[in-house]
Design a protein around this ligand. Sequence first.
Ligand code: PLP
Length: 395
Amino acid sequence: MKDIEKLDKEYVLHTYARNYVNFVKGENATLYDNENKDYIDFTSGIGVTSVGHGNKQVAKRIFEQVSNLTHTSNIYAIEPQALLAKKIKELSTYDVRTFFANSGAEANEGAIKIARTYGQTAFENKRYKIITLENSFHGRTITTVKATGQSSFHQSKFAPYPEGFSFNAIDDVYKAIDDETVAVMIELVQGEGGILPFPKEKIQELAKFLKDNKILLIIDEVQTGVYRTGEFLASNVYEIEPDIITLAKGLGGGVPIGAVMTNLKDIWGAGDHGSTFGGNYLVTSAGLEVLDILEKEKNSGKLDKTIEYFVEKMNDLYENNQNIFIANVGLGLMRGLRVKDADTLTNLIKTAFECGVMVLKSGNNTLRFLPALTISKDEIDEGFKRLQKAINKIA
Ligand SMILES: *Cc1c(COP(=O)(O)O)cnc(C)c1O
């Protein structure tokens, strides 16, 4: 057994089906293990290292920040936190204020608390129910597990769960709404559920219905946000105006950060919500640098070119391997290829890793791609070459 495997198994609580590689170095979308074998990373740590591994610009900013101040607590104003909230507002194009948390689940908890606060006063009776969608994923805390629209997550060993959550197919949301419903929470492209982008008209129709009925629309952009789908937010792509939006994964380029933004700008006062670490100097200065890099990538046209090139190569892979792929889905750099069966997918991911390219699983049968938004042409070429090699091997 490798040392790292022994250590991990002995001391770390077992919750993951680990791959016992020992990565020691990263450069943009390329990782190196302790034997100096290189891997093309089409996962970016599940959509987190949005500006690549070992990004020198972000590293410099973080180093300068933590050499000076890392944390003072939210008792005191934090300049980079305020600047990041301002930047998020500007890039989103929405009139919002932002609260900073430390993860996606925690951002969603904040969203749920905002909705329930609104439900307390906005209607004749207190409204508290939140409807989510089937196949959704909203996190691993007790509440966000319950909000997740997949029964397999609602394990009895964690029960009891909080009340007020149900999930539906998008077309059935309308009839599921009752006079205790305060919000509908959705992902515009379901990430964990199998890379499922919803049709734009369907989302716009739902958004309008909710607005007309004063019910809040919460968009979970933990995976789709921060340029993952080509615009700063997937909500921008869908041309809707949500009441609450959550962010996390790509926002800090690898440092743990979550954010919940809302147009209910005066919903809370001092003491209503909080977080010890949330929005400290370390994470918000990293977030500022990440957004600075990505805004330039977008405005220079480079991000759109990267997406175009990646999709072109992915389409080729799809066309050339009709024996194993059954659909080609996604938006921006959040993409999937559906594989004919789950066993083939498992085998493909494992063989791809051996061939030096890292890819993810989503849902039961989707091969998922979430590369760094800064991935180079050479990395894209090499990654797809290695994937083809893996496909040939398992054929
Ligand atoms: C990853 C994810 C979460 C959970 O984020 P954590 O940081 O793991 O808590 C929530 N919602 C969506 C859509 C996600 O993709």
